[in-house]
Design a protein around this ligand. Structure first.
Ligand code: ADP
Length: 810
């Protein structure tokens, strides 16, 4: 045996490794191990401790053991119950197995002791300090090793030993420890250890951070939980419920009571659950509450019972409205059809007429007649689809659209729903509101109307929709197609007087808290109001004037309750001020170059004064008065016609080469359009050129062709009422408009005499004071067309078809 080599019994270790200078207890039980111990005890108490590569192997063989181990001395040995032996060993030095001498009954090996290298270079010292510093850090961060250890460790001067001691304190894997054991030089050992410590520290730091995070989280939830539990306990003690639960319960109760359709109820309950889980002050809570309130307040299933008595309905309509016989008849027919064919879902009613003719109040009467609730929304100025359909709930301050808002107001599922001013909607980039309305009004689709806010389909099929408009031509065509239109053209003076006497005056007296004893207004006064203070197709301003009188009288009555005021035509100024309109705007005397035309506006008919002036110039035509394109073309046509007839009219053939013609239609700020002023322009022009005055009691309407033919126009009834209002005696209109005359009330027909014309020559013959004469041959026969007598209009004209064609505007 060579020097430095020893024969030693071997004790295989499982899961532990003993470094030199380390004192440690081992429990030994395996047969061969016990025998090895005994052998050692017999000798010099020294034994070689070698770690097993795999701790699970029970009966290790040579190849299962590492080749480097520690020679140790057995300090103590105690027999434990069950054949186990506890030994106290102390590591002495490293040793490498050079040879196995026997495997049974215990391992015996020849081993070479490895000498510790105790050299202390500066590098090793630096490594030593570094490792010590790392170890100190590691102790602080990991907290797995008691801090006192540091004091013991730092007193060790010898670098190799220091490495061993530190390694024994670390919780390392066997392979790592073995590596350290096998590292013979102190330098190598310290380097390895430094590497290991570095890694361990990183892991420890990570562990620390994770711990911290977990703890914080736990602390927070625990604190909240604790406080909340405490709060609950206090509330319970005080007999109070948690606010949110209380609110949620309240909603649940309301939902149950509301008897909502199943899908609505489900949605509502879902929202309540969400609300309950939300912290009380969350902004979204407010959104949910508003939404729930909407769901609860919408009439999902409540309906009112219809009164199906048509006679009674007719009575109610009569009670509320004077006149309007045809309109009422149409309404009753409409109601009858709806009743008979409930399932057919009759079309939607559209009342068209100027302001103040009673469209809204008719709709209200229909609701009263049917015993249904009434709601009204105005579509004037609506330009965004979202106004009809609502905004999605994700938007701040979102609300349902006007339809759903109307339904909430209606409080029943089958109200009469009035949509005012359907012709005043406009379209812009935010979507077309009329397409949304189409869905609302289409009986095929409206049983499941979708509002962006409500999110659930809402059934509108039982709603009776009525729409109103001032004029048909601005209603989007697809909407117009779905509706049954009823025209209310406007009232005559007689109608207005009756409406005032029967409805407006009693209504205003009542509304102002007066009685018939306080105030009486004579018929003359009413007529004077109509003529001098209002100029309108309806009765809105008339009603306003009456209200103004009532207000003033009310003031007097307050001062002296026994006041009795009778208002006659003369006393009117005291209450209404100076008359605003001159009754009859017909020209005072016959004028040259001025003719009176008629316009059909949204406010009914109106007089249109047309002026022509001639100036020296070069044949320019100037058109002013905000004339639309059609009206301008119509003026051009009139000029061309006159030029083509220069000779017959006694004009210089080249008159237009030396003259500028200025055609003006006053009230220049109001836009005017349409072809119907054609014959009036031509008449004014001829008058200006021939210097023959136009008859002041004549008004004209009709389109002119280049050959002088007069073509039919629209709005005859409105225009005639306007002529009547203005006190004009004669109205010239196209023969083809004869059919419209059946609609005109007899008293208007008596006052305004209609002359039907076919050609411009007839117009000139009647409207001009004298007949224009051909130049030089002044006694020549009049042009051929003028020979025809004017077509007279018989009072008993047979009833002809109504004039409803919106294409024939003025
Ligand atoms: P619109 O909706 O056509 O603009 P309203 O229905 O608001 O007109 O009518 C204005 C006022 O005139 C209302 O007070 C209405 O009762 C009254 N009114 C209109 N026409 C009649 C009528 N034929 N009989 C009784 N009152 C009428």
């Amino acid at each position: 045996m060579r020097k430095g080599r020893e024969l030693l019994p071997l004790l295989p270790l499982r899961g532990v490794l003993v470094f030199p200078n380390m004192v440690l207890h081992l429990d030994v039980g395996r047969d061969r191990s016990v025998k090895a111990l005994e052998e050692a005890m017999v000798g010099d108490n020294r034994i070689l401790l070698v770690a097993q590569k795999d701790a699970r192997v029970d009966e290790p063989e040579e190849e299962d053991l590492f080749t480097v181990g520690t020679v140790a001395v057995i300090k103590q040995m105690i027999k434990l119950p069950g054949g186990m032996i506890r030994v106290l060993v102390e590591g002495l030095s490293r040793a490498a197995i050079t040879r196995y001498l026997q495997g049974d009954p215990f391992f015996k090996v020849e081993a070479e002791l490895i000498k510790e290298d105790t050299g202390k270079s500066a590098e090793v010292e630096a490594l030593r300090r570094n490792v010590l510093y790392q170890f100190e850090h590691y102790i602080k961060t990991s907290r797995k090793i008691p801090p006192e250890t540091l004091a013991t460790v730092s007193s060790i001067e010898e670098p190799g030993r220091l490495a061993d001691v530190i390694a024994s304190h670390l919780n390392l894997k066997i392979e790592q420890k073995q590596e350290l054991l096998e590292a013979a030089s102190a330098k190598e050992r310290l380097e390895k250890l430094s590497e290991i410590l570095n890694r361990e520290m990183e892991i420890a730091e990570l562990e620390r951070r994770i711990n911290l995070r977990v703890r914080k989280q736990m602390e927070k939830t625990q604190k909240e939980y604790y406080l909340r539990e405490q709060l609950k306990a206090i509330q319970k003690e005080l007999g109070e419920k948690d606010e949110r639960t209380a609110e949620a319960d309240e909603y649940r109760e309301k939902i149950e009571k509301a008897a909502l359709p199943p899908e609505v109820e489900e949605k509502a309950l879902e929202e309540v659950d969400r609300l309950e889980k939300m912290p009380p002050a969350a902004a979204e809570g407010i959104v949910i509450r508003t939404y729930l309130d909407w769901l609860l307040e919408l009439p999902w299933s409540k309906t009112t019972e219809d009164r199906l008595d048509l006679d009674r309905a007719a009575e109610i309509l009569d009670e509320d409205h004077y006149g309007l016989e045809k309109v009422k008849e149409r309404i009753i027919e409409y109601l009858a059809v709806r009743q008979l064919a409930e399932k057919l879902k009759g079309p939607i009613l559209c009342l068209i007429g100027p302001p103040g003719v009673g469209k809204t109040s008719l709709a209200r009467s229909i609701a009263r007649a049917l015993g249904r609730n009434f709601v009204r929304i105005s579509l004037g100025g609506v330009r965004d689809e979202a106004e009809i359909r609502g905004h999605r709930r994700t938007y701040v301050g979102a609300l349902p659209g006007r339809i759903i808002q109307g339904m909430r107001q209606a409080k029943s599922k089958n109200p009469v729903f009035l949509m005012d001013e359907i012709d005043k909607m406009s379209t812009d980039f935010r979507g077309d509101p009329s397409s949304a309305l189409l869905e609302v009004l289409d009986p095929e689709q409206n049983h499941a109307f979708s509002d962006h806010y409500i999110e659930l389909p809402y059934d509108l099929s039982q709603v009776m929709f009525i729409t109103t408009a001032n004029a048909p031509y601005n209603i989007p065509q697809p909407l117009l197609d779905r509706m049954e239109t009823i025209y209310l053209p406007g009232y005559t003076e007689e109608d207005k007087v009756e409406i005032a006497k029967r409805h407006l005056i009693p209504k205003q007296i009542k509304e102002h808290g007066l009685t018939v004893d306080n105030l009486s207004i004579s018929e003359g006064a009413v007529r004077a109001i109509i003529r001098s203070y209002t100029r309108e197709a309806g009765v809105r301003n008339l009603e306003r004037c009456l209200a103004a009188i009532c207000r003033k009288v009310a003031r007097e009555v307050v001062k002296n309750p026994s006041t009795k005021v009778s208002i006659s035509q003369k006393g009117l100024q005291k209450y209404l001020g100076v008359p605003r309109f001159r009754y009859g705007t017909a020209e005072k005397k016959d004028e040259i170059g001025v003719a009176t035309g008629l316009a059909w506006t949204e406010a009914g008919g109106d007089l249109l004064s047309i002026e022509v002036t001639l100036m020296k110039g070069k044949g320019k035509i100037i058109l002013t008065g905000k004339l639309g394109e059609v009206m301008q073309e119509s003026a051009q046509a009139a000029v061309s016609f006159v030029r083509s007839r220069a000779e017959e009219l006694g004009l210089d053939e080249d008159f237009y080469e030396k003259t500028d013609i200025h055609i003006h239609v006053p009230e220049g700020a109001i836009p005017k359009d349409g072809p119907s002023a054609g014959i009036a322009i031509a008449t004014a022009l001829v008058s200006a050129l021939t210097k023959i005055p136009v008859r002041r009691d004549v008004t004209l309407t009709g389109e002119i062709t280049l050959r002088g033919h007069v073509l039919p126009v629209g709005g005859i009834k409105e225009k005639m009422l306007a002529a009547h209002r203005a006190g004009i005696r004669y109205m010239l209109m196209p023969v083809e408009n004869r059919k419209d005359l059946s609609d005109i009330p007899a008293n208007v027909r008596r006052r305004v005499e209609v002359k039907l014309v076919e050609h411009m020559d007839e117009v000139l013959e009647f409207a001009l004071r004298e007949k224009p004469r051909k130049k030089k041959q002044s006694l020549q026969a009049p042009p051929e067309a003028a020979e025809k007598p004017l077509s007279p209009v018989c009072a008993d004209e047979t009833e002809l078809q109504r004039q409803d064609d919106p294409a024939l505007r003025h």
